[in-house]
Ligand binder design. Structure first.
Ligand SMILES: O=P(O)(O)OC[C@@]1(O)O[C@H](CO)[C@@H](O)[C@@H]1O
Ligand SMILES: [Mg+2]
Ligand SMILES: [Mg+2]
Length: 281
């Protein structure tokens, strides 16, 4: 299985690079950034998202015809979002579509690969920075081939915390997001940041320049690849209420260590969006 998995991962890296090239080219063409909307007027999608997901899935199907897929835009088009024990590619063709539309320079192709419902490897290609983040379970995390290591900071007061505001603008949700943010700022922490993509935020944790990232409202395709990259860089994952993380729950804390993660959890005003797999929370 070892060599087989490496072969699959090599293909993921190659197709992520190819997809990133398409995204970079599309950035120069207004038409390919024309905006459509999904769950809300600020949940954006472009034909480039759809084109890139199609490219990745077709390329994988040719080489690995029995594998399954969970792709953001396929799910938006009505496909089921179900994780089975079968080999499954979990794809966000463009993580940071809003950034892409505005040429804000953090845009990633995110590919996680799961077997037995466990993420085996993750590939995040931050294509405008030309940074290829990779991690295979048990084999370490890398950026452009250089090993990654989380920050050794234990004191949340000396930390940078990353989060996002998401695309749900219902009053109650916005209130909760700001309540968590206020609590965390008031700890106080050195700063709060957000790249506009969950995948890149997680790679920033893995790289050691951000101590923790948390968000309620992410989807499995935003965080599948990043989850193994964080863990392989020495970090930890947990639910926003401190229990074990569940990638379908749309809630995540990714941190450099348990001390920082648990401290952040204390300040999060948690809520439970509808799960990606439609099961009860
Ligand atoms: O829609 P996209 O561009 O793939 O996802 C981007 C994003 O909005 O999704 C997450 C919330 O769903 C955020 O972390 C992130 O900023
Ligand atoms: Mg995304
Ligand atoms: Mg996306």
């Amino acid at each position: 299985m070892d060599d087989v998995l490496q072969n699959i991962m090599d293909h993921a890296v190659a197709v992520a690079r190819e997809a990133g090239q398409v995204v970079r080219e599309a950035l120069c063409d207004e038409k390919q950034r024309d905006v459509m909307t999904k769950s809300s007027t600020v949940d954006l999608v472009t034909q480039t998202d759809q084109r890139v997901e199609h490219l990745i899935i077709q390329s994988v199907k040719k080489k690995f015809p029995t594998h399954r897929f969970i792709g953001e835009e396929s799910v938006a088009a009505g496909e089921a979002c179900v994780l089975t024990d079968d080999p499954t590619w979990i794809i966000d063709p463009i993580d940071g579509t809003t950034n892409f539309v505005h040429s804000f320079p953090f845009v990633a192709v995110s590919i996680g690969f799961s077997v037995d419902k466990k993420i085996q490897f993750g590939v995040v290609y931050s294509c405008l920075e030309d940074k290829m983040f990779t991690a295979r379970r048990g084999k370490g995390a890398f950026c452009n081939g250089e090993p990654l290591q989380v920050s050794d900071q234990e004191d949340v007061r000396r930390s940078i915390i990353a989060t996002e505001f998401g695309s749900n603008r219902e009053t109650e949700t916005v209130e909760k997001i700001f309540s968590s943010l206020r609590n965390i700022l008031n700890i106080p922490v050195h700063g709060v940041r957000g790249a506009g993509t969950a995948a890149v935020n997680m790679c920033l944790v893995a790289s050691g320049c951000v101590e923790a990232y948390y968000e309620v409202g992410v989807h499995v395709w935003d965080v599948a690849a990043g989850s193994v990259i964080v863990e392989e860089a020495g970090g930890v994952l947990m639910d926003v209420e401190g229990g074990p993380v569940d990638l379908m729950s749309r809630r995540i804390v990714a941190a450099n260590n348990g001390t920082v993660a648990h401290r952040i959890v204390k300040e999060i005003d948690a809520f439970s969006p509808t799960r990606d797999d439609g099961r009860d929370q």
